[in-house]
Write a protein that binds this ligand. Sequence first.
Ligand SMILES: Nc1ncnc2c1ncn2[C@@H]1O[C@H](COP(=O)(O)OP(=O)(O)OP(=O)(O)O)[C@@H](O)[C@H]1O
Ligand SMILES: [Mg+2]
Length: 796
Amino acid sequence: MNGKTWQQSYCQLRDKIIESNYTHLNQAQQKAVLHTEGPCLVLAGAGSGKTTMLVNRIGHMIRFGSIYRQNHVPETMTETEYKQLKEWYDLRDDTKTPMPLNLSRLLEYQSVDPSQVLAITFTNKAAREMKERVEQLLKGTCQRMWISTFHAACARMLRSDIHRLGYGSNFVIYDAQDQQVLLKECIKQLNLSDKKYSPRAVSGWIGKMKDSMVSVLESKKQNEKDFYNKQLANIYELYEKKLFQNNALDFDDLILKTLQLFRQHPEVLRYYQEKFRYVLVDEFQDTNKPQYLWVKALAEKHQNLCVVGDDDQSIYGWRGADIENILGFEKDFSETVTIKLEQNYRSTETILNAANQVVSNNRHRKAKKLFTEGLEGEKIAYCQCRNEYAEADFMVQSMQDLHEKGRNYSDFAVLYRTHAQSRVLEEAMMKAGIPYRIYGGTRFYDRKEIKDILAYLKVIENPKDELSLKRIINTPRRGIGDKTVETLEGFAVDQEKNIWEMLTETDQWKHRISSRAANSLSKFVHMLDKWIKEKNAYQVTELVEEVYSVTGYLELLKEEGSIESQGRVENLMEFISLTREFDQTAEEEKLEDFLAGTSLEAAVDSLGEEGSGVLLMTLHSAKGLEFPVVFMPGMEENVFPSSMSLKEGNEEEERRLCYVGLTRAKEQLILSNAISRTLYGFTSYNEPSRFMEEIPSDCVQNAGGNQESDHQQQDAFRKKLQRQRWQRKEMKPMETNSAPKHVGENKTLKTGQKVNHPAFGSGTVVSKVNEVVTIAFPGGGLKKINLDYVKLTVEE
Ligand SMILES: Nc1ncnc2c1ncn2[C@@H]1O[C@H](COP(=O)(O)OP(=O)(O)OP(=O)(O)O)[C@@H](O)[C@H]1O
Ligand SMILES: [Mg+2]
């Protein structure tokens, strides 16, 4: 014996065991993982393992508890237990042998329960990914842990306590489109012109007010003198009033109302402060003022707040995100330990060099070192194209070349400045049969029929929701015209009642509107009233099916028989698969939970996450993600940087966005610009982007070479397509030589296979998830088809 007590040996052994769990992390990351008690700020560049660190840190707390006291021996620990630990350590095969739970408890200072952890990420996708990674690490589920976006966490808090603010706990969440509709109403009601006060601009203005937490009263005071702004403040006031009347919140409200709840009902705040002993925030650079105050309030008691971010990746300044939050953090939390991560593990040296060079042109930034031990890698490919069609062809060609060399299409991501850029590329990819998905594109939930059915459900859940009520009152048509609705609204306003309340008191209106309308209305009210009263007796799927049939919505669409209506029928069927999944997996099959989920799935599109293929998305939504090969088209002035940002003097934010884009790539970057481009119906000629010029020339290789691709080619393609369509019309599937196979019978479709749809004609399968296949139809776009409902034939 060398005179050491077992306690000392225990401490050393414990350090060794802990370290052996984190050999895959560098020293700085380990430090951040182990520093579980007290505020911690991790500031580091792109791809330096911030998110990786956060995931490990959560896993660490759950597995080993908080072991922040370096030389601490748990009070109840005995020598026998130490010996057990030592024995396990000496006998294990390698560092990866998992430690039995009873032993891991011997390492901790205080055990941490999953329900004590709150981890905030920026997008739903990031939250899902983080959850998956933590579950992988812990080899189990972490259901009681809150890993979510700011909005989802706030919505959850409000569901249980918003009644204290006078709202019903079944409040609905209005998305951007609902917001526009409501604003239009406000503008009309105030007799203002919606040309002068466009709902879009007004919503931007109100958003800014809310981001900087200016209340209606304050905004009225601030804008007293300016006529235009004074009206804006009036719209803001009416808008807020209407939201309240509809028992609805917009996205910004989710945070603001939670803050209000904390302020007015400190016991609620105290509850969450107690509950969440550990708070973690990813992408901290993008939090705005209300979000920061929310985090700060929650972490105030325990001070165990760990935030990670990169000031060079702050890209939400336009939504009020404030880099000052990073600087203020050290002031607000005086015990903060600041940790820097300086090694990039994601990208090749060439890519990192280019990105570092570009962002170094920004004046307002904290200087940072970022190095890689990775390979130099391939040069960045760059092509200057004649127009957007040539650019799309260049990209398709590059994808095919790389695919031939062994890359999967799912290795590629195309990151563009705005969604509008995707259309031409989509066409070219469809033509070439390259599978793709759009993230956050035309969203499933934005489609008319889905909005309609959701509106029915929203009204059933919360009849006060006038926006939804008005949406469905005459959908499908039942003879209740706009006039009647306006009259009813008038009655409701006069009597300070909600429209639904008004409607249920039949005597109030029966003799004051035409008897035909009154008749229809009575039926409508009767139908809804039944669902409202009995909603808890239904599963969501049953309810939806009943709404489809009782309202006649589905039947009418089927009868319409147009291609468009068939697409709508398919979407409604797809909606049923969504409700089924909910009914099968939800803890309780409550309609309000289903609705909350759908409102928050803001950025998920119809094609789902599982599909394979090239991923198309905006630069903004690519935050935090990584891909082997990244395409960035539209590297030209007025597109990127966007003309709007230049006008508003936001060049530096655009440059950060460029930095975000470049650093998404692990191995290869392919950039391009178009000399002329038609966007939003206007053709313009633009110089290559200034960011292009900021990339050192020795990192770049010219990949030009498809300059011949021009309008002639495009015309030829269009003509070909037209011919194909004509042929399709004339030729019935039965006339092909081989007997057609019905897919419904074998369901063995593969991606790339050619199939024939009874209405849409021939197309190519681009993805398949269970019974649902996504098919690209030339000229007809992407369609999701449920094999249970539609018979496809395979083209040989
Ligand atoms: N210590 C490490 N050793 C090797 N690879 C690592 C290490 N830490 C992280 N990585 C890998 O580096 C890549 C980038 O990590 P991560 O996404 O955590 O970085 P980040 O700092 O969050 O990036 P961003 O700023 O883009 O959000 C991932 O592929 C991750 O697996
Ligand atoms: Mg990250």
